[in-house]
Design a protein around this ligand. Structure first.
Ligand SMILES: Cc1cc2nc3c(=O)[nH]c(=O)nc-3n(C[C@H](O)[C@H](O)[C@H](O)COP(=O)(O)OP(=O)(O)OC[C@H]3O[C@@H](n4cnc5c(N)ncnc54)[C@H](O)[C@@H]3O)c2cc1C
Ligand code: SF4
Ligand code: SF4
Length: 407
């Protein structure tokens, strides 16, 4: 246990919280409440005293305090390994065979396509994923979808704002039905940790699917976007970050029918304007190391040059993930395209390669500033850091130390 983290507010105040909501799910809504702050982050607050036992449970699973690589028992004999990208059984292009899903989903609809396969083949009863709040479409909520219709009816595509994707995780377990979870790498990491202390997790949560993740934008970024068109949040009927094309446009529609959009690159082009929370900057696993499958974008050099038909690539991490991909392809739900090499994945994701190399120095910078950081295991970040120049590591340490003051 991280000794500097003695209460929930230590996780939040030191910028380690990602707002996943798992602590609320563990303690109950009467003890911990996750709310949107004025800075545009979802943050938990202890509203009634939690017991030391519950706090210990939270610290042992919270992605702000601990993140680990793929569990040993999930590493297949034929698994390959890369220092940056971790374990993989297969790398290839892939996308949904359903033209509508491919067009409307984030990239090529791989995650939605696999989710639908899991539902229709009855391998799971429901998918736990993230969708728009039907009453406030700029905000995101965890959703349990039991059918294709439910899954596709709630803006289940990249939601680049804050999302407490795990706040209903214990509700999902309490249903006592097999399900699959789709979420960000930090969500997956938290579920893997929870599986060590709650046997129901591995019994019921049959598949863990993720996306390679550059971090999310604080809510204020979305607020500024709608305000630039003189639209208020309660006027919105649709709020979409991308999809309906690849990447598709950032798009809003009001209840009285006004529509506005902006090109993906004009919203995301300049990285310094992303308004990504501190926790994402120090993320030791933004590439979904402990998931069964991680889906990603495939633009060479890391950003789109224009619209295309939607080409995901996939990093298959586990045998279960490989079987799922092959079965979904065999039954016609997804298409598997050309094989890829690690160099292709790095070319698609230069920002991920850079972050993975920088993150250990960033953690060191936090420790030197007497700030608690994330305990990590099996993610090779120290090993990678040793391959950097001294100057690179020094600059990263200094950079993070100056950011700590602004949390
Ligand atoms: C915050 C964020 C950052 C990303 N950064 C990168 C990146 O750096 N590189 C890259 O290649 N791709 C990134 N992506 C992923 C990319 O946008 C696509 O989601 C991915 O390629 C999968 O495409 P798809 O068509 O298979 O997804 P879809 O079939 O559209 O399915 C998307 C799935 O993701 C879930 N989801 C969406 N938003 C969230 C969220 N905020 N929290 C939890 N679950 C969510 C949905 O519920 C759905 O199940 C990011 C996505 C997000 C949400
Ligand atoms: S469990 Fe999630 S919401 Fe709770 S403190 Fe940790 S990161 Fe934040
Ligand atoms: S960058 Fe890391 S911490 Fe941030 S949302 Fe993505 S996986 Fe979670």
């Amino acid at each position: 246990m991280n000794l500097s983290v003695n209460r929930l507010s230590d996780i939040v105040d030191n910028g380690l919280c990602i707002g996943c909501g798992l602590c609320q799910s563990i303690a109950g809504k009467d003890k911990i409440e996750v709310t949107m702050t004025s800075k545009g982050r979802l943050e938990p607050k202890e509203i009634s005293k939690i017991s030391p036992e519950i706090f210990k449970k939270i610290v042992n699973v919270c992605p702000g305090t601990i993140v680990e690589g793929l569990p040993k028992e999930e590493v297949d004999q034929s698994t390959k390994h890369d220092l940056v990208w971790g374990y993989y059984l297969s790398l290839c292009y892939t996308w949904s065979t359903d033209k509508k899903i491919r067009f409307e989903s984030s990239t090529g609809g791989l995650l939605n396509g696999l989710s639908i396969y899991l539902l229709e083949s009855k391998k799971v009863k429901f998918i736990m994923h993230t969708a728009a709040d039907p009453k406030k479409p700029m905000r995101s909520l965890p959703k349990f979808s039991y059918s294709k219709k439910e899954l596709l009816s709630g803006e289940s595509r990249s939601r680049y704002g804050p999302a407490a994707s795990l706040e209903k995780f214990h509700e999902a377990l309490d249903l006592n039905q097999p399900f699959a979870f789709v979420g960000k790498p930090c969500d997956i990491s938290a579920i893997r940790q929870l599986s060590k202390i709650d046997t129901r997790v591995n019994q019921l949560c049959k598949y863990l699917l993720t996306l390679v993740c550059g971090g999310f934008a604080e809510f204020t970024k979305a607020q500024e976007f709608i305000e630039s068109f003189n639209v208020k949040e309660d006027e919105l009927s649709i709020f979409r970050y991308r999809g309906y094309g690849n990447p598709g446009k950032m798009y809003i529609k009001t209840k009285d029918g006004r529509e506005y959009d902006r090109e993906y690159n004009s919203f995301w082009g300049e990285e310094s304007t992303w308004r990504v929370p501190f926790r994402c900057k120090i993320c030791p696993d933004a590439i979904g190391e402990s998931a069964d499958i991680a889906a990603l974008d495939t633009w060479r050099g890391g950003s789109p040059k224009g619209e295309d038909e939607g080409f995901n690539s996939v990093i298959v991490r586990t045998k279960k993930g490989l079987d799922l991909l092959n079965e979904a392809a065999k039954t016609g739900f997804i298409h598997i395209g050309d094989k890829l090499k690690i160099e292709d994945i790095s070319d698609f994701q230069p920002h991920q390669v850079n972050k993975k190399k920088a993150v250990y120095a960033r953690h060191q910078g936090m420790t030197k500033s007497n700030s608690p950081t994330i305990n990590t295991n099996g993610l090779r970040i120290e090993e990678l850091s040793k391959l950097n120049s001294e100057k690179f590591n020094h600059d990263e340490e200094m950079g993070v130390a100056s950011r700590i003051k602004k949390i």
